[in-house]
Design a protein around this ligand. Structure first.
Ligand SMILES: CC(C)(COP(=O)(O)OP(=O)(O)OC[C@H]1O[C@@H](n2cnc3c(N)ncnc32)[C@H](O)[C@@H]1OP(=O)(O)O)[C@@H](O)C(=O)NCCC(=O)NCCS
Length: 179
C-alpha cells in the first residue's frame, strides 16, 4: 500500500491491482448499481424503495455534498488495469463500535466477486487506519454473509462474541481486528 491522508490532500490508497480514492459525481451510477444488487435480506433503508430512490441524481447530490474522506470515509475502488470503479471500501463511524474505533466496510459489484479484490482493498484500508493512529477496527457482519465473514477473517478480524438478533433480517456479528 502506498499513499495516505493529510488534511489538505486527497486520500489515495494503492495496491497491486487497485486504487482507492474519493468518489466522483460521474460515478453515481455505480453506487446505484450496488444498491440494486443488494441481497433481499438487507434491511429496506439500504435498498431501492418503491419510488426508485435513491435515484442516480440523489446519489450524485450525495457525492457532491459529502466531505471527502480524511481519517475515515468510504473510498471508491478503481481497477488500475481497466480504470473502472467496482465498489467501495473504507472506514465508517457507525456509532456501534467504541468511540474513536471506526468500522471497516466494503461492497463490490457482483460481476467482480471472487477475485480477491475485497481482501486486497481491505488490507490497504487497514494500513490506512494504522497510519491514522487507530489501534483497533471493528466490523459488523450478517451471520448469513459468508463471503464477507471470509474476507474479514482473511484480513485478521475475529468475532468478539457480541451479537444482535433481528428476527426479520438475521443475526449481526461484531468482529474486531487489532492493528
Ligand atoms: C463481501 C464482498 C465484498 C466480497 O468481495 P470479493 O472481492 O468477492 O471477496 P474476496 O474475493 O476477496 O474474498 C471472498 C472470499 O469469500 C469466499 N466466499 C465467497 N462466497 C462464499 C460462499 N457462498 N461460501 C463460502 N465462501 C465464500 C471466497 O471463496 C473467498 O475466500 P477464499 O479466498 O478463501 O477462497 C462481496 O461479496 C460483496 O460486495 N458482497 C455484498 C456486500 C457486503 O456483503 N458487504 C459487506 C457487509 S458486512
Amino acid at each position: 500500500m502506498a499513499g495516505g491522508s493529510a488534511p489538505d490532500r486527497e486520500v489515495v490508497l494503492e495496491t497491486d491491482r487497485l486504487l482507492l480514492r474519493p468518489w466522483r459525481v460521474a460515478e453515481a451510477a455505480v453506487q446505484r448499481e450496488l444498491w440494486t444488487e443488494r441481497d433481499p435480506r438487507v434491511p429496506p433503508h439500504r435498498r431501492i424503495d418503491e419510488e426508485g430512490r435513491p435515484t442516480v441524481a440523489d446519489l450524485e447530490e450525495s457525492i457532491r455534498s459529502s466531505e471527502p474522506p480524511s481519517s475515515t470515509g468510504l473510498l471508491a475502488v478503481e481497477r488500475k488495469a481497466t480504470l473502472d470503479v467496482i465498489g467501495y471500501c473504507g472506514l465508517v463511524d457507525s456509532g456501534r463500535g467504541a468511540a474513536g474505533k471506526p468500522e471497516l466496510a466494503f461492497e463490490l459489484l457482483r460481476r467482480v466477486w471472487g477475485r480477491g479484490y475485497a481482501t486486497e482493498a481491505s488490507l490497504a484500508v487497514l494500513d490506512w487506519a494504522r497510519a491514522s493512529g487507530h489501534e483497533r477496527l471493528w466490523a459488523t457482519v450478517w451471520e448469513w454473509n459468508t463471503a464477507s465473514r471470509r474476507v474479514l477473517a482473511k484480513v485478521g478480524f475475529t468475532e468478539t462474541g457480541h451479537t444482535e438478533v433481528d428476527p426479520v433480517h438475521g443475526t449481526t456479528l461484531m468482529t474486531m481486528c487489532r492493528l
